[in-house]
Design a protein around this ligand. Structure first.
Ligand code: SF4
Length: 359
């Protein structure tokens, strides 16, 4: 027997709700952070929003998060904002997309099942923002000076999704305007959020490449909760292109799933049909196939036990890593099929676009 569930006609027609900005449920402050104007400003905002807050001696050691179980604590951590002073000013490298990773924030409110922050942040998944951006930019300047006249590229989204935090920190705009004045410096970041309005009037001087993470509908639907919808991201991409930013898309992680050819065809069709003309003038694509480590698999299975994310070692090829722990990627023939198909799609729909890499 089948049960028919009838939905009121007006419910069916309703446009999907806009994805809200990140609203933390709890905040921690290092006392030192309150000595900086940005720290003071965020503190005032937290109080104004009525967000409960606590003090902490170090943004690296938040030990008293509420929650009965590990999973509960994880979920709360993802909605916890920690405001601190960045002490490590040596930047990590960030191949293949840039020379250096520039710190803006660490941790993200998104719940993408496959996110590598699951492993890299381990027990510290809360969202940290840094208030001493002047020190960070001074360090960036030094790296630029050391390499000039070579261009130095800085990736701002290695450990977070900074666009989704801009309404709280305002740091990205500072970085964009700083790089706008640097002849030999470039900024780039990627986002799954559409909250780009505060960045549209930034004086970027074409020195920041604004990228959006996009994917087949199956991937976004099943593995990217708590991020902006595809349509929202594309609308934001149009705004960003109209504001004169060089634009890019990162298709990551590329996932082999039933109907992947159709899924990725539709993705590029939708991009082509929706993007304004400005968006295609200086457009780049970066392609990253799905990979996982054994550690990541264990963590993901604990945090998202119902996830449909395929992580079967037997179906994958092992790729040795530089630091001991290797990764499971798709076997050569599958990876090649994905690369070829998606590359063709891109060049068919965006003949002038630049494909930066497939990895
Ligand atoms: S939006 Fe990006 S940084 Fe945030 S959870 Fe998803 S993949 Fe990770």
């Amino acid at each position: 027997m089948t049960t028919l569930v009838l939905e009121p006609a007006d419910k069916k027609k309703k446009a999907p709700r806009s994805t809200g900005e990140f609203a933390p449920e709890l905040a921690y402050f290092e006392p030192e952070a309150l000595k900086y104007p940005k720290g003071e400003r965020i503190f005032a905002w937290v109080k104004e929003q009525g967000i409960p807050y606590r003090m902490t001696t170090s943004h690296n050691r938040i030990t008293n998060l509420p929650g009965e179980t590990e999973l509960e604590q994880y979920k709360i951590a993802k909605r916890t904002l920690v405001v601190g002073v960045r002490k490590t000013l040596k930047f990590d490298t960030s191949k293949p997309s840039a020379e250096y990773a520039i710190p803006v924030a660490t941790g993200c409110m998104g719940h993408c099942h496959y996110c590598y922050l699951q492993t890299t942040l381990g027990a510290k998944p809360y969202v940290r923002v840094y208030v001493n951006t002047d020190d960070i930019l001074k360090q960036a300047k030094q790296y630029i000076e050391e390499r000039k006249p070579e261009i130095t590229r800085f990736e701002a989204a290695c450990t977070s999704d900074p666009v989704g935090l801009e309404h709280i920190s305002g740091s990205l705009k500072e970085y964009i305007e700083f790089m706008g004045k640097e002849e030999f410096g470039r900024l780039r970041f990627v986002t799954k959020y559409h909250h780009v309005d505060p960045l549209l009037d930034a004086k970027h001087n074409g020195h920041t490449r604004f990228r959006f993470s996009v994917n087949a509908a199956y991937v976004i639907k099943n593995f990217e909760p708590a991020t902006s919808r595809f349509e929202e991201r594309i609308e934001a991409a149009g705004k960003v292109a109209k504001a004169g930013y060089p634009l890019g898309f990162i298709v990551a992680p590329i996932i082999w799933h039933d109907g992947w050819e159709q899924g990725y065809t539709e993705l590029f069709e939708k991009l082509k049909n929706t993007l304004p003309e400005e968006a295609t003038r200086d457009l780049t694509f970066e392609l990253i196939q799905h990979r996982f480590t054994k550690t990541a698999k264990t963590v993901i299975e604990k945090r998202y036990p119902k996830s449909k994310l395929e992580m079967d070692e037997a179906k994958r090829q092992y790729k040795w890593g530089r630091w001991g722990q290797g990764k499971y990627v798709y076997p050569k023939d599958q990876a090649e099929a994905l690369r070829e198909f998606i590359t063709e799609q891109i060049f068919e729909k965006f003949p002038k676009a630049k494909l930066e890499y497939f990895t």
